[in-house]
Design a protein around this ligand. Sequence first.
Ligand code: URA
Length: 434
Amino acid sequence: MRILDIIDKKKKGLELSKEEIKYFVDEYTNGNIPDYQASALIMAMFINKMTPEETANLTLSMAYSGKVLDLSDIEGIKVDKHSTGGVGDKVSLVVAPIVASCKIPVAKMSGRGLGFTGGTIDKLESIEGFKTNMTIDEFKSHVRDHGIVVCGQTDALAPADKKIYALRDVTSTVDNISLIAASIMSKKIASGADAIVLDIKVGSGAFMKTIEDAEILAKTMVDIGRNLNKRTICIISGMDEPLGFGIGNIIEVREAIEVLKGNGPKDLLEVCLTISSIMVYLGKKANSIDDAREIVLKSINDGSAYRKFREWIECQGGDLSIIDNISEYKKASRINTFVAKEDGYIGSINAQEIGKIAMLLGAGRETKESVIDSSVGLIFEKKVSDYVKVGDVICQIHHNGYKDINMIIEQLDKNINISKQKQTKGELIYRIIK
Ligand code: URA
């Protein structure tokens, strides 16, 4: 087989065979296909789209590009969770310890920031010492001993996704249903989950811009899960404005801790409760999602979710004195504010553009090599449908002497709209698809 022929075939919109897809995935993972040819093929897949058959074959080739974990020696139903990515989406930081505190083992592989969205691994690594890179034995022993582990993409598990993910990030090939489905499901298969909950974000700050596309993605992933005997439930949740108030790595860790302590923003709390409840239900600790919600609420209210969070941070090498003083940890040196220029209601906050502004401040990567500044980002004081008067602070800009703060303020002005009429917020949870 020759990669050039495979690129040519996909360029013409023809369906690739299982063998051709496997050849590409294996040879790219092994370093025998250069980035420029892989980029050309991925762009052809992006533009000409893939059939369900091709998507399933891509998922399996990526999942089996490394080891596929067998966690059957660890007691309990292992339930994993993944989001398609959003702005201010720190749900995994909250949900993982909640679910683990309900005695359901959580063994999760997460990604770094992708495009304008932040990544769980970048957020966790903003805690000094926290280790996301580990061997399979370490991964398994964390689940066995603590019931919780979150690792980064490794060369051992789904290494193809690690390479393809990084390439898609810098070649504008992220927002494609088949590529997202294969990326997410390959990781879930490789990390040994028995059941999977997927949070498909839809709206201006998500890769899926319409409910119709989100539903196709949900159906694609539920079908892949079903064919592999892994119960998979998708929620479709709104991402028209950033989730919660904070965007930026340590800023989001702080907010996640607030939720675990029972004080978080309402929208973020609701998404976390919905996802945790489905995970607890799939983990067979409740007979219905409603019953599971009671268990989840109890774990927050009696402090067990937060205690599990501390145990998790400590077992992966994080320093607990940081967690105990998180409000003072890694504060950016400067705070500017973006204020209302007129009276009215916040009509919209363009989440995608807000994600890009946070990235400009240093919270995300512009190239594969960019280094993240985990202290910077944005903290909203007002959200869609809130009333503001001239001079009220809408958003704080946390930075370390950014060179052109006026440009940041101009960008915020362009992407936050104030209207005379009170706006109703978009839906938070649109659908649950089983
Ligand atoms: N999250 C992933 O892991 N992969 C994608 O392609 C998009 C979001």
